[in-house]
Design a protein around this ligand. Sequence first.
Ligand SMILES: NC(=O)c1ccc[n+]([C@@H]2O[C@H](COP(=O)([O-])OP(=O)(O)OC[C@H]3O[C@@H](n4cnc5c(N)ncnc54)[C@H](O)[C@@H]3O)[C@@H](O)[C@H]2O)c1
Length: 334
Amino acid sequence: MSHTIAVIKGDGIGPEITAATLKVLDALDCGLSYDFVDAGETALGEHGSLLPQPTLDAIARHKVALKGPLTTPIGDGFTSINVELRRRFDLYANVRPALSVPGTRARYEGIDIITVRENTEGAYGSEGQVLSPDGQSAQSLIRVSRRGSERISRYAFELARRLGRKRVTVVHKANIMKTTSGLFLNVAREVAGEFPDIEMVEMIVDNTCMQLVLDPEQFDVIVTTNLFGDVISDLCAGLVGGLGLAPGANIGADAAIFEAVHGSAPDIAGKGVANPCALILAAGMMLDHLGLPEQGDRIRRAVRETITAGDRLTRDLGGTADTVSFTQALIERL
Ligand SMILES: NC(=O)c1ccc[n+]([C@@H]2O[C@H](COP(=O)([O-])OP(=O)(O)OC[C@H]3O[C@@H](n4cnc5c(N)ncnc54)[C@H](O)[C@@H]3O)[C@@H](O)[C@H]2O)c1
């Protein structure tokens, strides 16, 4: 079956790691074609908008997008493009796997944690932000809904069941944030009742951070609200060697966007030294989503084997190879 996906090359190292990722996808020969559209700084320069309408139309039409990292210009009047994309397409589930890869300089081996982060509401929603005229106080609104909590909890438990996972840890702060985090926890408990085959563990967010550092192997799938998920998923990425290996998927009912968790890395842009693994692994998640899990597995295996072999690693992984030769080594292992 053939699929067309929207491709946003992105800013900074985006074009370099996107080119590498498309080479890998082409080598798999899985019938994908690409509709290239712009967003971010590149789009602002060429189309006068960070998120041009043809880009939104292409994502709506193809329902799947692969996105390089985007630079949101600093300054008033620019909201984060990533937050805007999540809002526009109601991409409520942010799925971030953290998987140990032998050969990386990580603190732990044997980690395999998937963080499922609510992506559309909560403290990260930045609603109602007000700074008092005298600059002495600030406030913002935290909105958590039953609908939002239910659909993210159900997504996490269904994902756990589909992947043969055994445990979902619901991370919250309901002891203090009794209404917002309390509602999320209560709804998660209700949803957990529909999945007797999956163990549900409740854990307060601060303890979760400590437990992740002390004993990360106890975690399997984590589900949590927006801001906690943002922090915890980076912590998990750190446990397995950093952001260079961290893919992410933003999933909604009508569209899905796959990306690297890291940013546009302006300090190394154009030098040809970026590690393309995170976006390549995100493309693997995209293939799973498109109903091509065998090809997704081939990508994950090739990434693992290339890093473990260690002969052509990029600089962030301790090697001296450039993006192109690392990608070539990976393609040889597909
Ligand atoms: N999803 C996204 O589009 C996204 C996410 C985060 C940040 N950003 C944007 O990216 C820009 C830069 O942000 P930042 O510097 O805080 O974070 P960053 O992730 O771009 O870079 C942090 C550090 O990690 C390194 N790095 C990142 N990705 C790498 C890779 N693939 N290979 C090798 N090294 C890599 C960089 O060189 C840098 O030293 C900002 O404009 C920010 O808004 C975008």
